[in-house]
Design a protein around this ligand. Structure first.
Ligand code: PLP
Length: 490
């Protein structure tokens, strides 16, 4: 690509740094606390009619070339081939399943059975490539805060990767039994898992604080290490997610649901606003997307935001049956605000100071916010199961929100529901939706398998057999001590 087509990355808060993609991915978050974004989202250089004929790996390579302009084609191909291989349990990587009048894009066929695998399978390869290119010889400490799924996916991705260490914080008691076991049984000398007494926002705020803390920075320098992030604040997490919007579109064309060029809606179960933001990137690049329907559970900060133009996190945090969406501060919204031309620095200051800010909604027309109550989520599971498809609680939130969208708008644009987790990851809650009793979470897996005639994913069965290796729990204020001890000893 010619020099003029190089894409550089800047902070959403507008301070100084202008980095290559590789540098932005290595760094994770900007020193000013902002998130890295491409100065401009590139338009498609390959015609859509060609993109839809590519397999997942070829398509990923094409999309990445638009953004990773500091990587060679061979480097990109190498990352892609290492990431999207037999780790996924089906050759399509992200299959589209049309059942019961709905189209589901299944993003849970990776190692940890949730959509985080789509991006985290490739992030270590992006980082390794970027480290080599930039002559970085320091140890990379990956910091992760997780509402349940990112933690395990990041642990799997970085376990035993030379030159890296991974430190995960999760809200103790607020993740599903399977999610907790997945993390507690993680192998690898370079892994550390810490349960935090608090909720996901506490974990996320602690992480952002550590990432920008001056004395921690000095500690790292003296240990020849640097931090990076595997959360969706890292641009290397966001980018891989752009791919499957194109892939879903292609499958909808091939199965005759839409014609090439026709618009499509996507309904996305949303927490940190990473997944749906990737859909926005796809749209800006040129994928014909009509509405991006932002589905929330009862922690409906985003629904209120899109309906009223006010982001207000001052409200009680609720623990739900879709825990990966239990979030009151959706980090990636900051990126959207930046791309829409809002003064992000000012808005984020208001959020920090008052817990809220206002924006002019007329700029956000491509989004539609809806939310589902717990009962509605359970009802959706039962309704769709009757029609022959078993979905997890997060996907069910999306399904319920899509039905509300249809009722309100009558929009007959074809729709794809993003299916973000295997129902077996949340077996207990899914059974509740089907009105079937069970004694414990392990039994729930077996009953769900019998009732649905679906097999328990092998990676979930394996977790049940493994010994617990991580059992540390602390208050958020003590997380730094655990981290420094980890860096000292591993
Ligand atoms: C992380 C996650 C979500 C929310 O995705 P965001 O990118 O944070 O909006 C939804 N469902 C599941 C199963 C998840 O793991």
């Amino acid at each position: 690509m010619s020099e003029s087509e190089n894409i550089f990355y800047v902070s959403t808060r507008g301070m100084g740094e202008r980095l290559t993609a590789g540098q932005a991915i290595l760094k994770g978050i900007s020193d000013d606390g902002g998130l890295f974004v491409p100065e401009k989202i590139p338009g498609l250089k390959t015609p859509l009619k060609d993109l839809i004929n590519l397999d997942y790996r070829q398509l990923a390579t094409e999309i990445f070339k638009h953004f990773l302009t500091d990587f060679t084609d061979d480097e990109i191909i190498n990352c892609v081939n290492n990431a999207y291989d037999h780790k996924f349990d089906c050759p399509e990587i992200a299959p589209l399943v049309s059942k019961g009048g709905y189209n589901f894009l299944e993003l849970f066929h990776g190692k940890t059975c949730a959509f985080k695998d789509m991006a985290l399978s490739i992030l270590p390869y992006f980082m390794k490539t970027a480290a080599l290119k930039n002559g970085m010889d320091k140890k990379i400490i990956i910091l992760v805060s997780t509402s349940g799924d990112t933690g395990k996916a990041a642990l799997e991705a970085f376990a035993n990767v030379p030159g890296t260490g991974i430190f995960v914080m999760y809200p103790h008691g607020k993740v599903s039994k399977i999610q907790q076991l997945q993390m507690e049984t993680q192998e690898g000398d370079n892994t550390f898992v810490l349960g935090i007494n608090g909720n996901f926002d506490d974990c996320q705020t602690t992480m952002k604080k550590i990432l920008t803390d001056h004395s921690v920075k000095q500690f790292l320098i003296s240990h020849n290490a640097v931090f990076s992030s595997a959360n969706s604040i890292n641009f290397g997490r966001l980018l891989p997610q752009v791919v499957y919007y194109f892939y879903a579109y292609g499958q909808m064309v091939h199965n005759g649901e839409i014609k090439l060029g026709e618009s499509l809606n996507f309904t996305v179960p949303t927490g940190n606003f990473g997944n749906i933001l990737a859909g926005y990137y796809a749209k800006v690049m040129g994928l014909p997307i009509n509405k991006l329907i932002c589905a929330s559970n009862v922690n409906k900060v985003l629904t209120d935001f899109f309906q009223k133009g006010e982001y207000d996190k001052n409200r009680p945090f609720k623990t739900t049956i879709s825990p990966s969406m239990d979030i009151l501060i959706s980090s990636n919204l900051e990126r959207l605000l930046y791309h829409l031309g809002f003064n992000t620095f000012e808005k984020m200051n208001e959020l920090k100071q008052n817990g809220k800010y206002n924006v002019d909604l007329s700029k956000t027309g491509e989004f539609f916010g809806e939310c589902a109550l717990e009962e509605e989520t359970l009802e959706a599971i039962a309704e769709v199961f009757e029609k022959g498809y078993l979905m997890d609680t997060h996907t069910a939130v999306a399904c319920s929100c899509y039905n509300k969208y249809l009722e309100q708008t009558g929009d007959n644009t074809k729709n794809v529901i993003i299916s973000t987790a295997s129902p077996f990851k949340f077996a207990g809650s899914v059974l509740k939706g089907l009105n079937i009793g069970y004694n414990d979470d392990i039994e729930a897996l077996k009953i769900l398998s019998e009732k649905s005639s679906c097999e328990i994913p092998k990676n979930i069965l394996d977790v049940l057999k493994k010994p617990v290796l991580h059992s540390n729990i602390s208050d958020k204020g003590e997380a730094i001590q655990f981290l420094e001890k980890f860096i000292n000893t591993y």
